[in-house]
Design a protein around this ligand. Structure first.
Ligand code: ATP
Ligand code: MG
Length: 372
């Protein structure tokens, strides 16, 4: 897969920008607040239909405008294809070669992206929600259907929680319980599959970059699911177990006004040796855990699809110590993937930027070719 060109229209502070990326590395250099992250965010949104950091889609639309659009021309298995996403009235609309995308499969068809942001570096020490999102971005990359499935789950959860808050009778909840149990079991099974593929790869990658004696461990286990063996259960057994847990916790949920069991309350456990990384890892170790996960994700996508994902790195070098930055830049240069980096300081990314690197300077939402 190769990205041939990118166009932004009214996307955040990029009123109209056209980019022709390099076949390997493309680096956007600029001062703070000029639009570097916006460039990556637009590309991430195009390739995933999910915002990278916006809480609401409408935040992506330039101030004072009503629609935003990002378009990319890709080379996929020898054929050129244009995909495009538009935000209008708070909704997104996806297009393939100018026509509304008939399905997500048609839209994504081989396009994938792994992003690496300073926010990612915080997930080890942060709260469970950040780790769930972190995990789910990887699940979604590997299984695009997860996007629809997790939205369906989210809608059912919202409805059930609303009924709980209103003190609705149990009979009104049961329709949502059935959906939650069925779709929740699907989300569990997706996350389990991803962890099965990624856990060991991430552990190996960590041993290459961690400079830590203790092995890393990445573990996902649903909370409050005591009755069933998560690793060995069928999806139907998971569904029955979730239905039973919803039932068992009904009174507590009614008192508290929210649903206390299901994929939306779980955590991704990261540890070093026998210690929880959240409490005991150093900053450097925590960052290495994240880095190893991303490396594993790239290798895993490549192994399963035959394509390398696009890699987006938002000002990551300034957050890493020099040795880990060297590792990362070396890895990127050797990976063969098409990479997009932003930085305020070109010197930090020199090593990833080999021959044929395309440099852009970003200033107040405008982007121009400029060698450093
Ligand atoms: N919807 C929007 N419409 C117009 N401008 C926006 C919108 N959202 C954000 N901006 C502007 O975009 C700019 C920030 O862009 P961005 O986050 O890409 O900066 P950056 O170059 O990555 O900076 P840093 O180096 O600090 O990370 C800010 O000036 C902000 O006001
Ligand atoms: Mg930024």
């Amino acid at each position: 897969m190769q990205l041939l060109s990118l166009t932004y229209e009214r996307f955040r502070n990029l009123s109209r920008v056209e980019l022709v990326p390099g076949p390997k590395a493309t680096v956007a250099v600029g001062e703070n607040g000029q639009g570097k992250t916006n460039l990556l965010e637009g590309l991430y949104f195009l390739a995933t239909l999910k915002p990278l950091r916006a809480a609401k889609l409408s935040e992506l639309v330039a101030f004072g405008q009503t629609t935003a659009r990002v378009t990319g021309r890709f080379l996929l298995s020898g054929a050129e294809r244009e995909i495009s996403v538009e935000v209008a009235a708070g909704s997104r609309h996806a297009f393939v070669d100018g026509k509304r995308a008939s399905s997500l499969e048609a839209y994504f068809g081989g396009v994938s992206v792994v992003a690496f942001t300073p926010d990612d570096l915080q997930v080890v020490k942060g709260g469970p929600e950040g780790r769930r999102n972190f995990l789910d971005r990887a699940v979604f990359n590997r299984f695009p259907a997860f996007l629809t499935e997790s939205r369906e789950y989210g809608r059912a959860l919202k409805s059930r929680n609303r009924l709980l808050k209103e003190g609705a009778p149990a009979a009104h909840l049961s329709a949502w319980d059935a959906t939650l149990a069925r779709v929740g079991a699907r989300l569990w099974s997706r996350r389990r599959s991803l962890m099965g593929e990624l856990g060991a790869r991430a552990q190996t990658a960590f041993s290459r970059i961690g400079r830590t004696e203790d092995p890393a461990r990445y573990l996902y286990l649903p909370s409050h699911l005591e009755e069933v063996d998560f690793a060995g259960a069928t999806e139907l057994q998971l569904q029955l177990a979730l239905a039973a847990a919803l039932d068992q916790r009904l009174q507590r949920d009614q008192e508290r006004g929210f649903t206390s069991v299901g994929p939306h309350v779980d955590d991704l456990e990261l540890s070093l040796g026998t210690h929880a990384a959240r409490a005991f890892a150093s900053q450097g170790q925590a960052r290495a855990l994240v880095l190893a996960w991303k490396v594993a994700e790239i290798e895993n996508l490549h192994a399963h699809s035959g394509f390398l994902p696009l890699l987006l790195l938002d000002d990551v070098s300034s957050e890493l110590d020099p040795e880990r930055n060297q590792f990362l830049m070396g890895y990127l240069a050797e990976s063969g993937a098409q990479v997009f980096l932003t930085t305020t300081d070109p010197a930090l990314v020199q090593r990833a930027a080999g021959l044929g690197t395309v440099w852009y300077r970003v200033k107040a939402g405008t982007v121009e070719r400029a060698d450093p």
